[in-house]
Design a protein around this ligand. Structure first.
Ligand SMILES: Cc1cc2nc3c(=O)[nH]c(=O)nc-3n(C[C@H](O)[C@H](O)[C@H](O)COP(=O)(O)OP(=O)(O)OC[C@H]3O[C@@H](n4cnc5c(N)ncnc54)[C@H](O)[C@@H]3O)c2cc1C
Length: 492
């Protein structure tokens, strides 16, 4: 697996943890691969591959007599065969599509949601042609972003005008419209989700009318549309607040699990961004602190990123499958040798991670004050039930907001993200963990795996019925619904 663009591999997912550790103890990545390979041969599993096979499904002949390819999300856990794919070139074309629609339409961004928000066997609509960053006002620190713009395309453009995004998610390959639909977030005690950076928003309803909303114009629509699930209409553009261009220093270091949990709030308060990665079945936790710096603080020599540890990480996981008794020892062995790492760069260069390791994910946000306690219980449960997972658990602090269906609505949150490799069973793991999230009054990420239905959402969101009211006004006939939305929103 190769890096596709210059960006960072996360210390745990990419170049850091495994490579650094095994280098230090004179067992480099190549040796690790050999050792893992030998272990697999011994276990009779040589030739196991984790690579995703290219889709061979040629699709169907669709509504208009043209071939329509099947759709799958990033991790491969969601699939569908639409009978039509539409990619309007401009807002007028979009409005025409909506006015003349004869069957349900689902919007798709970049397919980075794990939940079944997108799948449809009817029309799949992408705004990939409505992209770009415009009308940048450096003094007011604002810009218009088209919904089809990938998050990775925003940073460079703003930088040219002396601006940076206020924050960013872990990766930046999502479409802007898709990210807004699910309250996509980064980390930072004083920083809200990307939806909270929106000043005004344009959204087309099912009748093919374009509506503008903001805190002072169509305020109810604004509060619903900043976490809209693609259920209210099609967002075409938003004006966002930005920050003055800034540089960042990212420092990551390994500490004991106990220290990580005990110091979580102190470290959250001390840094602009703070997140932690707990390593199941180990005694360790990685802390990552990111802060603004003056460019004069950037050292002339920055270490070159080393190679990619994907194969090594995967092989370690495969090896553990056949030597489960060695799981804890191996993970501790890897984690214990990780050296601290520091990186510097422009804001958008530091924010954008590469995620070449495909996985499935469940994320719940619990109230910030009980976050570390909830994380501790999850880690204990994994150990106690001997759940076969070594994938790091990410935990982040995010500021509360006023977006009706935001997991951070009216409360500061601690988002805990549990993953497993895309080709390993995640269902038993998530089934064991999800009740712990419920116990701590958790709210799921709308774009990630969960099992909640409408009644449970209604109990968690005081403005749930207001969201349903706006949805009905925007789309009385259910043009924008699929089965998943009907069940999560309680619409028959
Ligand atoms: C590797 C990886 C890392 C991730 N990291 C983070 C993270 O750090 N923080 C976080 O919060 N989440 C994260 N996510 C989740 C992801 O940000 C959300 O699921 C996001 O909604 C995906 O955006 P997308 O463009 O892929 O949209 P899709 O998944 O394609 O669609 C998501 C929703 O947006 C709707 N939609 C898309 N475009 C429009 C539009 N123009 N108008 C109206 N509705 C629209 C769709 O109908 C759907 O309901 C991650 C996901 C992956 C796979």
């Amino acid at each position: 697996m190769q890096c596709r663009r210059s960006g960072r591999h996360h210390p745990l997912y990419g170049t850091g943890a495994i490579a650094v550790n095994f280098d230090r103890i004179q067992l480099n990545r190549r040796n690790l691969l050999k050792a893992a390979g030998a272990g697999l041969v011994a276990a009779g599993t040589a030739g196991c591959s984790s690579s995703v096979k290219p889709q061979e499904n040629p699709g169907i002949i669709g509504k208009d007599g043209k071939r329509v390819l099947p759709w799958s999300n990033w991790s491969g856990n969601q699939h569908c065969q639409p009978n039509e794919r539409l990619v309007p070139r401009n807002e007028d074309e979009l409005l025409n599509i909506l006015r003349n629609a004869t069957q349900p339409i689902r919007s798709v961004g970049s397919g980075h949601s794990f939940s079944a928000l997108v799948p449809t066997d009817q029309t799949l609509l992408s705004l990939a042609r409505l992209r770009g960053v415009e009308n940048i006002d450096s003094d007011a620190m604002e810009a218009d972003v088209w919904a089809g713009t990938r998050l990775s395309q925003i940073g460079d453009k703003l930088w040219e005008h002396g601006l940076s995004t206020i924050n960013m998610s872990d990766i930046d390959t999502q479409a802007f419209g898709g990210a807004l639909a699910t309250s996509t977030h980064g980390t930072g005690k004083e920083l809200g989700t990307l939806s909270t950076h929106v000043k005004t928003l344009r959204i087309a309803n099912a009748a093919g009318e374009m509506l503008e909303c903001s805190a002072s114009q169509n305020a109810d629509l604004f509060n619903a549309a900043r976490n809209n699930l693609g259920a209210l209409g099609v967002v075409t553009k938003a004006r966002i607040h930005a920050d003055k261009a800034y540089y960042l220093k990212e420092h990551s270091w390994m500490m004991s699990e106990d220290e990580g949990l005990e110091r979580a709030e102190e470290l959250r308060d001390a840094h602009r961004h703070y997140e932690m990665y707990a390593l199941p079945h180990s005694d360790y936790m990685l802390g990552i602190a990111i802060d603004k710096i003056d460019p004069s603080e950037i050292p002339a020599d920055q270490p070159e990123p080393s190679g990619d540890a994907y194969e090594a990480f995967r092989m370690m996981s495969n090896l553990i499958d056949y030597m489960p008794f060695a799981r804890s020892w191996l993970v501790n062995f890897g984690a214990g040798g990780v050296e601290p790492e520091t990186r510097y760069g422009k804001s958008h260069e530091i924010f954008g991670n590469l995620r070449d390791i495909r996985f499935n994910e469940m994320e719940y946000t619990v109230p910030a004050e009980v976050g570390p306690q909830c994380l501790r219980e999850i880690l204990q449960t994994i150990k106690k039930q001997n759940i076969p997972v070594i994938f790091p658990i990410e935990a982040r602090y995010i500021k509360g907001d006023d977006v009706w269906l935001s997991p951070f609505y009216k409360r500061d949150g601690f988002a805990i993200s549990c993953h497993n490799f895309h080709d390993k069973d995640y269902k038993k793991y998530f089934a064991a963990i999800e009740p712990i999230f419920w116990k701590y009054d958790g709210r799921p990420h709308w774009g990630k795996i969960h099992t909640l239905k409408a009644a449970e959402f209604a109990a968690r969101y005081e403005r749930f019925n207001d969201f349903l009211r706006i949805r009905k006004e925007m789309d009385p006939q259910g043009l924008f619904l699929n089965d998943h939305l009907r069940s999560t929103l309680g619409i028959s």
